[in-house]
Design a protein around this ligand. Structure first.
Ligand SMILES: [Zn+2]
Length: 297
């Protein structure tokens, strides 16, 4: 290519607002100091919190109480989780406050199919036009807005607006969008179709593996016994082993409090060694305690 044509190509590219170029607002976004100053561990799911830059291509666009993550790419963005029905417009506003376009969000992904994380998915699908991909087990729940009868929290689960599921993902197989690749991990526990996700985020030459690990506290509706669901318990244990073994530089969770996000933001660093292993160890202990309690009843 001649120098003149190369210069022309550069000009043309500069003029084209691709999804990959970072908006001005995003470039000046903080690393969570404002979020940590505003939000407390007691905050409700729908208390608005300011969006912030997590690392590289990854942005926190959730509320004070519920996480939603925007992963930006050259050919469009991915949004993981949609908050509650009331939280959806807050997430959309956070995406726009960073200067990203809702119409550049091409894929919606989810952690676990409870209304606090997917109640806003239908509205976000309407606002973005994005395709929604879920686990095979979560698909009927997302499409109906009703919990699976085998869900440990079935008896207390709220209904939510049904969304259009456009396809399912296979755990271990990356979901690709342009230069992005996000890998789902089967993480049954809170729900049967729960997923964790991991992907690469880079700044200059430094790449980190971000892990969005699902909620794994063994809670349930009254009367439910994990002991009576051996397949789920086995799946939880296998999932915890998978989570502990993942490459993991920076852990995020659907409830920020579950991984002490505020405290880590206040300390000035979200990343750290062994975060997934420590998280999995804690949840494994909770599961053992729960099973011991059930045996004593
Ligand atoms: Zn939740």
């Amino acid at each position: 290519m001649s120098a003149r044509i190369a210069a022309l190509a550069t000009l043309l590219l500069a003029g084209c607002a691709s999804a990959g170029s970072m908006p001005e607002a995003a470039a000046s976004a903080d690393r969570g100091a404002a979020w940590a100053a505003r939000c407390t561990d007691e905050d409700s799911w729908d208390r608005p919190g300011p969006p912030f830059h997590v690392y590289g291509n990854t942005w926190y666009v959730g509320t004070c109480g519920i996480t939603a993550l925007l992963v930006t790419g050259e050919d469009g963005h991915v949004l993981i989780d949609g908050g509650t029905e009331a939280g959806a417009p807050l997430i959309a506003a956070n995406v726009e406050a960073l200067g990203f376009k809702l119409s550049d969000i091409k894929l919606l992904l989810t952690s676990h199919e409870h209304h606090d994380h997917v109640g806003g998915t239908a509205e976000l699908q309407r606002l973005t036009g994005a395709r929604l991909l879920s686990s095979a087990e979560a698909a009927p729940v997302l499409a109906s807005g009703k919990a699976d009868p085998a869900d440990p929290q079935f008896a207390i689960a709220d209904i939510f607006p049904p969304a259009r599921v456009d396809g399912t993902v296979t755990p271990g197989e990356p979901v690709r969008l342009g230069d992005l690749a996000l890998t789902p991990v089967a993480q049954p526990g809170h729900t049967l179709g729960a997923l964790s996700w991991h992907w690469q985020a880079c700044e200059d030459e430094v790449c980190r593996t971000i892990v969005y690990a699902d909620s794994l506290t063994p809670i349930s509706a009254d009367g439910y016994r994990f002991t009576d669901a051996p397949a789920l318990v086995e799946g939880m244990r296998a999932g915890l082993d998978r989570l502990a073994a993942l490459p993991c530089d920076l852990l995020l969770t659907p409830h920020p409090m579950a991984s002490r996000m505020k405290q880590r933001l206040q300390a000035g660093e979200l990343a750290g060694e062994g975060q997934c292993r420590a998280y999995a160890d804690t949840k494994r202990r909770s599961l053992d305690e729960r099973l011991t309690k059930e045996a004593a009843r």
